[in-house]
Design a protein around this ligand. Structure first.
Ligand code: 13P
Length: 250
C-alpha cells in the first residue's frame, strides 16, 4: 500500500502567532478524527523549530521549503541542511516552480540540492510540472520527463525511497484553475511508468505521487479518488484550518 500524504506548503505566509495557533488548533482537531494519512506542514524557516516542538509526539511532521546546496560557508541569507537537521527537520521541498522561476533554480542546482539533502538523510518532496504553453503545445509529457531525467534520475535506485513526487502543473498553481482528476491521473500514471522504466516495478508501485495546484476542499475528493493520486501538496487552501481539515478528510 502506498502512503497517502497531505502537505501544507505555506510559502511566505503565516507569522509566528498564526503558525503556532494554527498548529495547536490542528492538533486538537486531528486527535478527534480517525485518519491514516501522513500530514506534513511546511512553514517558513523562522518557525520550523517552534513548529517541530508543537508537533512533537504527534503523527504530524514538518518540512522545510528549501535548503541551500552547499553545506556551509559564505552564503549570506541562506540556510543549510545541517542547520535544519540540528533542529529536527527531516523533510524538504525541492524543485518547486516558484523557486525555479523567482530564484533561478536550474536542474543543475537541483541536483546539488538533492545530493546535499540525501547526504543529510532528508525525505525530499520533489516537484515537477509543465507550463501552460507546454500543455497547449502538447509537450507536457516531454517537459515532465525532461525534468525528472535531469534531476532525480541522476540518482541510483537505493536513493529513490527518499523521494515523494509532487506533480504541480505551473498553470494550476495559485490560479484557481485546477487540473481535472482525469488529466492528473493520466500524468501520474505516466510519471509512474517513467519510474518503472528507470527503477523497476517495485519502486514505481511504492512511490507516492501527489498533485498540487489549486486544490481546495471542494475538488480534493475527486482528485484523491484517482488510483495514481496519492495525496496533495496544498498551497492557498492549507492556510485556512477548516478548508485544510476538509482536504485531509477527503
Ligand atoms: P496552490 O494550492 O495555492 O495553487 O499552490 C500549490 C502549490 O504550489 C503547492 O506547493
Amino acid at each position: 500500500m502506498r502512503k497517502k500524504v497531505v502537505i501544507a506548503n505555506w510559502k511566505m505566509n503565516q507569522d509566528f502567532y498564526e503558525t503556532t495557533s494554527f498548529l495547536r488548533n490542528l492538533l486538537k482537531i486531528i486527535f478527534e478524527i480517525n485518519h491514516k494519512k501522513e500530514i506534513i506542514i511546511a512553514p517558513s524557516f523562522p518557525f520550523l523549530h517552534i513548529s517541530n516542538q508543537i508537533l512533537q509526539g504527534s503523527t504530524l511532521s514538518i518540512a522545510a521549503q528549501n535548503i541551500h546546496q552547499m553545506e556551509n560557508g559564505s552564503y549570506t541569507g541562506e540556510v543549510s541542511a545541517s542547520m535544519l537537521k540540528s533542529i529536527g527537520v527531516q523533510k524538504v521541498i525541492l524543485g518547486h516552480s516558484e523557486r525555479r522561476k523567482h530564484f533561478s533554480e536550474t536542474n543543475d542546482i537541483l541536483i546539488k540540492k538533492i545530493k546535499t539533502a540525501l547526504k543529510y538523510k532528508f525525505i525530499i518532496i520533489f516537484c515537477v510540472g509543465e507550463t501552460e504553453v507546454e500543455r497547449r503545445k502538447k509537450e507536457h509529457f516531454l517537459s515532465v520527463k525532461y525534468q525528472l531525467e535531469e534531476t532525480i534520475f541522476h540518482f541510483s535506485l537505493e536513493n529513490i525511497s527518499s523521494f515523494i513526487i509532487a506533480y504541480e502543473p505551473i498553470w494550476a498553481i495559485g490560479t484557481g484553475k485546477t487540473a481535472t482528476p482525469e488529466v492528473v491521473q493520466v500524468m501520474h500514471q505516466y510519471i509512474r511508468s517513467l519510474f518503472m522504466d528507470k527503477y523497476g516495478k517495485n519502486i514505481s508501485r511504492k512511490i507516492s505521487i501527489l498533485y498540487g495546484g489549486s486544490i481546495n476542499d471542494l475538488n480534493a475528493k475527486s482528485l484523491f479518488y484517482q488510483k495514481d493520486i496519492d495525496g496533495g501538496l496544498v498551497g492557498n487552501s492549507s492556510l485556512n484550518i477548516e478548508k485544510f481539515m476538509r482536504i485531509i478528510q477527503s
